[in-house]
Design a protein around this ligand. Structure first.
Ligand code: ADP
Ligand code: MG
Length: 295
């Protein structure tokens, strides 16, 4: 199968951890979460590459105040290679930009998407993390970029529309073989609101779908998120001691601690899911799963 082939090819990435940030509903905070978690990982000494896969409506570059010379459009249509289009922010994030309002990036055929992945794969081995910012919804592009990631982080908020759309996305992805999903609750007042939202999603998923959910934490609602957006800067850079930044830093540290275990165990990312499914993965992740989660 096409996707299995791509997953097999990912073995070559080596120890790069590939994580997609996705959502059923748009505007829930995928791009802001990804950028700030990415930057927190950079501040931990990790090498982080971001692939802007919200093709046609990309905004990683805008949120980081970057002005890319070339984008994925040039990779696909103007014979540029990935080294030509990759751009580094002054705070140390490497970004593969996609361009906004570029119609030729919409509804790419399988060959073009495969070209993007094989070019990204070529350079991803120089990084510890490849974070993929997907669009929202259940379009082919969204499904594709989630399927090539090793871990899928669904960003949700507490609105019923976010929960129902996320349920639909998880359902469709599970039909494509994805069985493990991490849930990050964004833009909520407090942990109670976050866990209530997670619980609602978990109960629906547990009843009707055969997948595992893992609650990874929450990011509080804070007006500084918008202030940073207007400055085109990451809030963890602009307001490092704010509550929202401290929360994101601790999320990134937890994420990285899992990665550390994973490296020490000598696994390669391709086996990550298999180990989880067989219950052989270390104790740090067991107990985080929905079935063990208690409120
Ligand atoms: N934690 C938060 N606190 C306050 N506002 C937020 C927060 N996260 C996101 N937002 C708001 O949501 C908007 C959409 O965020 P964005 O990351 O662009 O979402 P997505 O990538 O999912 O479309 C932002 O422009 C901001 O106004
Ligand atoms: Mg976005």
């Amino acid at each position: 199968m096409y996707y299995e082939k791509l997953l097999n090819e990912q073995k070559n990435i080596g120890l790069t951890r590939v994580i997609s940030f996705t959502s059923g509903k748009g505007g829930v905070g995928k791009t802001n979460s990804l950028i700030n978690i990415g930057l927190a990982l950079v501040n931990e000494g990790r090498r982080v590459l971001i692939l802007d896969a919200d093709l046609g409506l990309a905004n990683v570059d805008i949120l980081l105040g970057l002005t890319p010379k070339y984008t994925l459009e040039d990779l696909l249509y103007n014979q540029k290679n990935i080294e030509d289009i990759i751009i580094e922010s002054e705070n140390g994030l490497s970004v593969i930009p996609a361009g906004s309002g570029v119609l030729s990036l919409l509804n790419l055929d399988a060959n073009k998407k495969s070209l993007i992945i094989s070019e990204v794969e070529r350079i991803a081995k120089d990084y510890d993390y490849l974070l993929i910012d997907t669009g929202a919804g259940i379009s082919d592009d969204v499904l594709f970029f989630n399927t090539v990631a090793m871990e899928v982080v669904c960003v949700i908020n507490s609105e019923p529309t976010s929960l129902t759309d996320t349920y639909s996305l998880i359902k469709v992805l599970s039909q494509r073989g994805e069985k493990d999903f991490s849930i990050l609750v964004n833009n909520v007042k407090n942990e109670t609101e976050a866990k209530n939202a997670y619980k609602k999603l978990f109960m629906a998923v547990e009843k009707f779908l055969r997948v595992k959910l893992k609650y990874v934490g929450f990011i509080p609602s804070d007006p500084i998120v918008n202030e940073a957006i207007f400055e085109q800067k990451a809030f963890v850079d602009m307001y490092p001691s704010s509550e929202v930044s401290r929360k994101v830093v601790s999320l990134a540290k937890n994420m990285d601690a899992d990665f550390f275990d994973f490296r020490v165990k000598g696994g390669i990312q391709f086996f990550f899911k298999e180990l989880l499914e067989q219950g052989k993965y270390g104790s740090s992740l067991n107990g985080c799963y929905g079935s063990d989660f208690s409120f």
